[in-house]
Design a protein around this ligand. Structure first.
Ligand code: ATP
Ligand code: MG
Length: 321
C-alpha cells in the first residue's frame, strides 16, 4: 500500500478547516493506505511559547484525532519530536535549500503581513516539513490548499538532493480535496488557528453556536436573490449537507427573501449532528489517557525505524557516513 503522511500542528483547537481539508482524508485513506499521521510539535514551537500549554495541546490533538476516527490499528499516529531523525535530516536539507525558495512561500508572507512575529523557525518551516515528508518515503500527502506550495517546495528540495547525490528520496504528491480545500472562517477568510476566526470541532455546543451566529455577512437586503457560489455561509453549510439539502439551500438563495440567521441556524444544527458521535467518543477517551499515551509511544517507535533508514540513506549519499 502507498505511504500517506500528514501532520497537524498542536497550536490550538482543531477546526472545521482542519477536519474537512485534512483530517477527514486521513481517516478515509487509512483503510487501504499505510497512513503516517503526526502531531507537529516542533512546528508549533514557532507560535506556542508556553510549555504546559504545548504539552496539553499535544494530548488534546491526539484525543481529537482518535475521537474523529483515526484508527491506530490501521495507521501510525505519533508526535513529531519523538522522531529525532527528522530534525537531523532537516539540517541536511537546509544546507541545500536556496533562500529564494523560502522567500517565495505565501504562508510565511501571509503570517508576517498579519503582524504575526516571524522567527527563523517560521521562515524555514517548509524545510522541516520537507524532512517530515521525505523521512518516511511518503508518496501521498493529504492537505488543504494552503499547503500545496509547501509540497512543491518539498519536491524541489528532494529533486535537488537526488540530482546532486543520486536517487535518495521518494517524490511525494499533494492530495487536495476540491470541495473543502479552503474552508472559510467566521470572517470569510481562510479558517486558521492563528487568525482567530475558527469554528472548533470540539468544545461547548452553546459557545460554538454563538460563534456561528457571529459569522460576518454582507448587508444585502433580505428580499434580494443571491448567487450561492462564493458565499461563505453557503460554503460552510455545504460541508455538512447532503447533495439534496445543498440544492434546496441553493434554491433558497436564488429565490431570496430569507435571512442569514436561518442559514446560520441550519449550519449550527447540521454541524452539531455531524460531530455528535466524535464528541461522545472523545469523552470516553479522556477517561483513558494511558491508552492514548501508549498509542503515541508505539507510533513513534514504528515511525523511528522508517526514518532511521531514510536518514542513513541521506547520510551515506552526502558523505556524512
Ligand atoms: P496555523 O494557523 O497554526 O497554521 P492551521 O489552522 O492552518 O493552523 P495547521 O495545523 O497548520 O492548521 O494545518 C493542518 C491541516 O489542516 C493542513 O493540512 C492544512 O492544509 C489544513 N487546513 C488548515 N486550514 C484549512 C482550511 N481553512 N481549509 C482547509 N484545510 C485547512
Ligand atoms: Mg497552517
Amino acid at each position: 500500500p502507498k505511504r500517506v503522511l500528514s501532520g497537524i500542528q498542536p497550536t490550538g483547537r482543531p477546526h472545521w478547516g482542519n477536519y474537512f481539508g485534512a483530517i477527514r482524508q486521513y481517516i478515509q485513506l487509512q483503510d487501504d493506505h499505510d497512513g503516517f499521521y503526526f502531531i507537529a510539535d516542533l512546528h508549533a514551537l514557532t507560535s506556542v511559547r508556553d510549555a504546559a500549554q504545548l504539552r496539553q495541546n499535544v494530548i488534546d490533538i491526539a484525543l481529537d484525532l482518535l475521537a474523529l476516527g483515526l484508527d491506530p490499528k490501521q495507521a501510525t499516529l505519533f508526535v513529531q519530536s519523538q522522531v529525532p531523525e527528522v530534525s537531523e535530516l532537516c539540517w541536511i536539507l537546509l544546507s541545500g535549500t536556496p533562500m529564494g525558495l523560502l522567500q517565495r512561500c505565501v504562508a510565511y508572507k501571509e503570517k508576517v503581513d498579519k503582524g504575526i512575529p516571524a522567527d527563523a523557525g517560521l521562515f524555514t518551516y517548509p524545510v522541516l516539513q520537507a524532512a517530515d515528508i521525505l523521512a518516511y518515503d511518503s508518496q501521498l500527502v493529504p492537505v488543504g490548499a494552503d499547503q500545496v506550495q509547501h509540497i512543491e517546495v518539498c519536491r524541489d528540495i528532494a529533486g535537488r538532493f537526488n540530482h546532486q547525490y543520486g536517487e535518495t528520496f521518494v517524490m511525494p504528491k499533494a492530495n487536495v480535496l476540491d470541495d473543502s480545500a479552503k474552508v472559510p472562517g467566521t470572517d470569510g477568510e481562510k479558517m486558521s488557528k492563528s487568525y482567530d476566526n475558527t469554528l472548533p470541532l470540539f468544545g461547548e455546543v452553546k459557545s460554538i453556536r454563538k460563534q456561528i451566529m457571529r459569522i460576518t455577512t454582507d448587508s444585502r437586503p433580505m428580499e434580494e436573490p443571491k448567487e450561492p457560489a462564493g458565499d461563505h455561509l453557503f460554503q460552510l453549510y455545504s460541508l455538512f449537507a447532503d447533495p439534496g439539502q445543498r440544492d434546496e439551500m441553493a434554491a433558497m438563495y436564488r429565490r431570496g427573501g430569507f435571512g442569514y440567521g436561518e442559514v446560520k441556524k441550519a449550519i449550527a444544527e447540521a454541524s452539531e449532528a455531524y460531530f455528535a458521535d466524535a464528541r461522545a467518543r472523545r469523552v470516553d477517551l479522556e477517561k483513558n489517557l494511558d491508552y492514548v499515551h501508549e498509542v503515541l509511544r508505539a507510533g513513534a517507535e514504528r515511525a523511528r525505524t522508517v526514518a532511521a533508514d531514510v536518514l542513513l540513506r541521506a547520510q551515506q549519499a552526502s558523505g556524512l557516513k
